[in-house]
Design a protein around this ligand. Structure first.
Ligand code: AMP
Ligand code: ZN
Length: 112
């Protein structure tokens, strides 16, 4: 499969990995939108949140706990944003489910 995040998970494409277990990998975004910008992805290739199944419930929960752990480890747990872009019109460019963990600057609400 020609998927950049699958290639990062397998090590075919180099990346700065900050967390890995059997279900979840987290790595630094190549084009950071905040001083801290980490992508958290399931090891299993899933196109987007809309394509998740009941069997993905566990990994979806785990991603949130991994985000919280990374935030604690990086001392940003007081102020971070966790977001997924679902679908092209919502800004999704890589069709492997991922959550952006952003911190280190002020964020606007609603997001643009
Ligand atoms: P999205 O627009 O929500 O699909 O987010 C995709 C993100 O993947 C963007 O923030 C890109 O900067 C990031 N990205 C694309 N290729 C790489 C890569 N090889 N390593 C790290 N981040 C990447
Ligand atoms: Zn993939």
């Amino acid at each position: 499969m020609d998927c950049v995040f699958c290639k990062i998970i397998s090590g075919e494409i180099k990346s700065s990995i900050v967390y890995r277990d059997e279900d979840v990998v987290a790595f630094k975004d190549l084009n950071p939108q905040a001083p801290t910008h980490i992508l958290i992805v399931p090891v299993k290739h899933i196109d987007s949140l809309s394509n998740c199944l009941k069997e993905d419930e566990g990994v979806l929960g785990k991603i949130q706990l991994v985000a919280s752990k990374i935030a604690n480890d990086l001392c940003i747990s007081d102020a971070f944003r966790l977001v997924t872009n679902n679908g092209t019109k919502a800004g999704q460019t890589v069709k492997h489910l991922h959550y952006h963990l952003l911190a280190g600057r002020r964020f606007k609400w609603p997001p643009g």
